[in-house]
Ligand binder design. Structure first.
Ligand code: ZN
Length: 216
C-alpha cells in the first residue's frame, strides 16, 4: 500500500528533531533529500537539542547542506550531551514553544532507542504533538538497539550519496569514532532497502506508532 503525502496549502512543513548534532542527518537525511529531489516544496524547522562546542558549527553546516534551497529555521540548543532527561523541565518548556510550528510531518527519535537523550526527545514529541504525523528514525550504535521498523522510504543513489557526503564533510569531530563511517550508514540503508524491496536497493526506515486512515 502506498501513502501519498499531500502538502497542506502551499508546501510541506517538516519538523526535524534531533538530540545531538548528527542524529537527524543519520536518521532521516536521505529521506529529507529524497523529498526535496521529488519536488516537494519544503519548509524546514530543524532543532538540535545538544549542539555545543565544535559540534555546533558542524550541526549548522550539515543542516544548511540538507535544507539548501528551502525555507528554514535552524535552532541549535546547548543542552548538555547525555543529560537531557535530567534537564527535563527545561527541555519540556522548549517543546511547548514548538507547538506554534504545527508541522505536516515530524521526524524524531525512536521510542525504543537505547540512548536516554533520544528517548526523551521522542517522549516529548508525542507529548507535544497530538494531531500530527510522526515518524521515528533509527540511529545505529554500540548498544545494539536496532528494531523492526514499519515505514520505509526508498532512496535514490544521488540522495543517499549526498547524505553520506554531508555526514563525512560536516561531522569531522566524529571521524575518530569507529562506528562513524560510510559502511555503517550505507550498510543500514542497504538492509532497509532489502526489507522494503527498494528499487534502488537502499532505503531509510522509520517507526509509525499510529496510522489514521481518514476516508471522510
Ligand atoms: Zn544522538
Amino acid at each position: 500500500m502506498e501513502v501519498k503525502i499531500t502538502p497542506k496549502g502551499e508546501g510541506l512543513t517538516v519538523l526535524c528533531l534531533g538530540a545531538h548534532a548528527d542524529d537527524i542527518e543519520i536518521g532521516c537525511g536521505g529521506t529529507l533529500l529524497q523529498l526535496k529531489a521529488k519536488g516537494y516544496r519544503l519548509k524546514f524547522h530543524w532543532v538540535v537539542f545538544s549542539a555545543t562546542g565544535n559540534r555546533r558549527a558542524e550541526a549548522c553546516k550539515a543542516a544548511e547542506a540538507i535544507t539548501a534551497g528551502c525555507e528554514k529555521e535552524i535552532v541549535l540548543k546547548e543542552f548538555r550531551d547525555g543529560f537531557l532527561p535530567y534537564r527535563g523541565a527545561e527541555v519540556k518548556d522548549f517543546f511547548e514553544q514548538l507547538k506554534v510550528v504545527n508541522p505536516d510531518l515530524i521526524f524524531t527519535h525512536w521510542s525504543g532507542d537505547a540512548h536516554q537523550d533520544h528517548r526523551l526527545v521522542c517522549e516529548l514529541t508525542w507529548n507535544t504533538f497530538r494531531q500530527h504525523m510522526i515518524l521515528e528514525y533509527e540511529i545505529p550504535k554500540y548498544d545494539g538497539d536496532l528494531g523492526r521498523p514499519n515505514v520505509f522510504f526508498p532512496i535514490e543513489k544521488q540522495c543517499y550519496e549526498e547524505k553520506l557526503r554531508v555526514l563525512n564533510d560536516s561531522f569531522v569531530s566524529q571521524s575518530s569514532k569507529p562506528w562513524f563511517e560510510t559502511e555503517t550508514f550505507l550498510g543500514l540503508m542497504r538492509l532497509r532497502g532489502m526489507e522494503s524491496s527498494s528499487p534502488t536497493r537502499y532505503a531509510e526506515a522509520f517507526y509509525s506508532r499510529k496510522t489514521v486512515i481518514n476516508l471522510l
